[in-house]
Design a protein around this ligand. Structure first.
Ligand SMILES: *[C@@H]1O[C@H](CO)[C@@H](O)[C@H](O)[C@H]1NC(C)=O
Length: 131
């Protein structure tokens, strides 16, 4: 019973943290390099508030976080100037194929991480057999 209560409390705290992350950009902004340093912040989602706070960002460094999903809505809004995306060392379990569709100027992506599963954008079409 108390374990369950602790789990609920943990879920609530995580929800609060996610809400806070959505509202403000937690990353360090380097204006000389037009880069957002978001490494080692324990982020579970892409901090989309940073795109609004720094629409001129050219580099987004998300190295060594806890990001589990890469979705189109995670990379949308003021992302026109984004050229370099660093997502190394994150536990990505869902990587949607259109995740980077709105990054019109993307030139370099580094994802040296374990991707556990890729979700098809067309889940109801026949997929090639794995073997
Ligand atoms: C990205 O962030 C990581 C973790 O903070 C850091 O070690 C690395 O040097 C950064 N990479 C670049 C290109 O700034």
């Amino acid at each position: 019973m108390s374990v369950r209560r602790l789990q609920l409390m943990r879920a609530f705290l995580l929800a609060c943290l996610a809400g806070a992350a959505a509202a403000t950009c937690p990353c360090a902004w380097d204006p000389s390099a037009s880069s957002l340093a978001c490494g080692d912040l324990g982020l579970t989602e892409v901090p989309t508030a940073c795109f609004d706070a720094h629409p001129g960002a050219r580099t987004l460094n998300l190295t060594s976080n806890e990001i589990t999903q890469l979705r189109r809505k995670d990379f949308s809004g003021n992302v026109d100037n984004l050229e370099v995306l660093l997502i190394d060392n994150n536990p990505v379990s869902m990587f949607y194929p259109d995740a980077f569709a709105e990054l019109a100027n993307l030139q370099e992506v580094s994802i040296q991480t374990t991707v556990f599963a890729a979700i098809s954008s067309r889940p109801f079409q026949e997929q090639p057999k794995a073997e």
